[in-house]
Design a protein around this ligand. Structure first.
Ligand code: AP5
Length: 234
């Protein structure tokens, strides 16, 4: 199954991608995580990405597209993937189609997370992340068992640099200008599924689970329709 998660910063893409990855046994590919990993390791890519991320801007397409193309060619993506935060521009979307075409596959759906901007401000202000294992929390909606400490690895939690209010405003601006047009793009291609992501985390997960089950069923039916009868079978 090949799924993309669309939506503004802070709508819950990462939270649900982690859930879905476990549930469907598919790799979660987050371009934001790839950039942060490079930033942490002070690679040239990390240094380049930081210049854009700190300003709430998108990293240039030619850089991002190459990274995703390489990642999708890996063995673990053979049976599908969850793209979290890619594509974010029409040009990224076109390049994704091209890669999938070369791989002889296609997207199953684009899940669009719908949440008002004022809710997003609140979510990002309360987000805390583990600088060691990357797990995400929220001080109110998904608090760690012990305040300020990661449940998984006991590392003190921190706030993301780009979660400062002034950067979030710029990120939202970039989203509305460059990424939002993708909603219509995928709607026209009959691939868009909208999710009311203003609901609590568990309710959003349940909605996504239903979407995935439906796709699985429809893929199975397509497979049966296209499968020729085996006349030699006993
Ligand atoms: P990236 O890391 O992808 O950031 P983003 O898209 O801005 O998304 P976020 O990670 O901020 O939010 P999310 O939707 O994953 O929400 P989360 O689940 O954490 O990208 C960072 C930067 O990298 C970009 O700004 C750009 O510079 C660059 N970049 C990345 N991809 C790029 C690309 N393709 N092209 C160019 N540049 C790119 O949830 C947020 C908080 O809310 C958490 O605290 C969570 O616990 C809580 N929460 C989640 N769901 C709910 C819920 N239903 N109810 C209540 N709380 C909830």
């Amino acid at each position: 199954m090949r799924i993309i998660l669309l939506g503004a910063p802070g709508v819950g893409k990462g939270t649900q991608a982690a859930f879905l990855s476990k549930k469907a046994g598919l790799p979660q590919i987050s371009t934001g995580d790839i950039f942060r990993h490079n930033l942490k390791n002070e690679t040239p890519l990390g240094k380049l990405a930081k210049g854009y991320m700190d300003k709430g801007l998108l990293v240039p397409d030619e850089v991002t597209i190459n990274i995703v193309q390489d990642r999708l060619m890996r063995e673990d993506c053979k049976y599908g993937f969850i793209l979290d935060g890619f594509p974010r521009t029409l040009s990224q979307s076109e390049s994704l189609d091209k890669v999938l075409n070369e791989m002889g596959s296609a997207l199953d759906c684009a899940i669009n997370f719908d949440v008002a901007d004022r809710v997003i401000m609140n979510r990002l202000a309360g987000r805390r992340v583990c600088p060691n294992c990357g797990k995400t929390f929220h001080i109110v909606y998904e608090p760690p068992r012990e305040q300020g400490v990661c449940d998984a690895c006991r590392t003190p939690l921190t706030q993301r640099e780009d979660d400062r209010e002034e950067t979030v405003i710029k990120r939202l601006h970039s989203y509305h200008e460059q990424t939002e047009p993708l909603i219509e793009h995928y709607q026209r291609r009959n691939l868009l599924v909208n999710v009311d992501a203003a609901k609590p985390i568990d309710a959003v997960s349940a909605e996504i689970e239903m979407i995935i089950d439906k796709i699985r069923l429809s893929n199975k039916e397509k497979h049966l329709i296209h499968k020729p009868f085996d006349l030699t079978a006993g």
